[in-house]
Design a protein around this ligand. Structure first.
Ligand code: ZN
Length: 143
């Protein structure tokens, strides 16, 4: 992955986010903050029958935090709670210790954030959306 392509994708998700709006039928909402950078997101999910049927977020912060939240929202729509948690764990693993090629493929577009693992100051930015999503979903799974 070239750094040019990486920058293009991050920019694209900031200029034209797919999922940055208020989700009118959301039944789960959670705020996530990353004080070390000043990133904030409010994640909204519509969950029914154990499936994330829709996802959107609002917020402000650095380009990485917002792009990562946008990519996360895109990826979890249509996923079961288990699948969403699995993706979140995989994303964290990619950032913290690295993943296999198969796992990287599974992460699809989120895989472009792999290079963040070499930027310690940006790690909390990249994981903000994924961490917030997992905080909503995990208690539901065990309920
Ligand atoms: Zn940030």
């Amino acid at each position: 992955m070239s750094s040019t392509l990486y920058n293009e994708i991050i920019n694209e998700h900031n200029l034209r986010p797919y999922h940055k709006y208020k989700l009118e039928n959301a039944n789960y909402t959670l705020e996530g903050v990353n004080p070390s950078c000043g990133d904030e997101i409010t994640l909204e999910l519509f969950i029914e029958d154990g499936v994330i049927k829709d996802a959107a977020y609002e917020g402000s912060g650095c380009a990485i935090s917002q792009a990562s939240a946008d990519i996360m929202a895109e990826m979890v729509i249509g996923k079961t709670l288990d699948e969403a948690i699995h993706l979140s764990d995989l994303f964290l693993k990619m950032i913290k210790e690295g993943v296999s090629n198969e796992e990287l493929e599974e992460l699809d577009e989120a895989g472009i954030l792999q290079s963040v693992s070499h930027m310690p100051a940006r790690v909390k930015c990249a994981v903000l959306g994924w961490r917030t999503m997992k905080e909503i979903v995990e208690p539901l799974k065990n309920a």
